[in-house]
Design a protein around this ligand. Structure first.
Ligand code: HEC
Length: 92
């Protein structure tokens, strides 16, 4: 718990430093949900990774555990969005 709070605090500082150079995400259905990731860290961090379905599912579950406001129906839409644009074809 303390570890993730400390990390969130560290990320907060990083977000402030990067506020002026946010990355753009493709505006296909579900993109608005990415704005919920920005509560804790930059869009850049949210979309830096390339995963397959299992990797994204586990990552989103971890964010939900940290407190991300993502109910199951939104998770499904986020998964579809992330796998459309940020998929590692060889990944899990
Ligand atoms: C409640 C706070 C919170 C929200 C909301 C949140 N995250 Fe995170 N995220 C974190 C923290 C803390 C870390 C750093 C610790 C870690 O990696 O587990 C992180 C790290 C990450 C990483 C890098 C870790 C890795 O495995 O490479 C990715 C990717 C990520 N988040 C994606 C997302 C996405 C996508 C969303 C929106 C759907 C999101 N996050 C929303 C707290 C949050």
């Amino acid at each position: 718990m303390w570890r993730s709070l400390a990390l969130a605090a560290a990320l907060g500082t990083a977000v402030a430093a990067h506020a002026q150079q946010e990355v753009e995400v493709p505006k296909t259905p579900g993109w608005e949900l990415i704005m919920r990731c920005v509560i804790c860290h930059s869009v850049e961090i949210a979309v830096q990774q390339r995963f397959g379905p299992q990797g994204w599912s586990e990552t989103l579950d971890r964010m939900i555990k940290y407190g991300a406001p993502i109910p199951p129906e939104d998770k499904a839409q986020l998964m579809a969005y992330l796998l459309r644009h940020y998929r590692d074809p060889a990944g899990r």
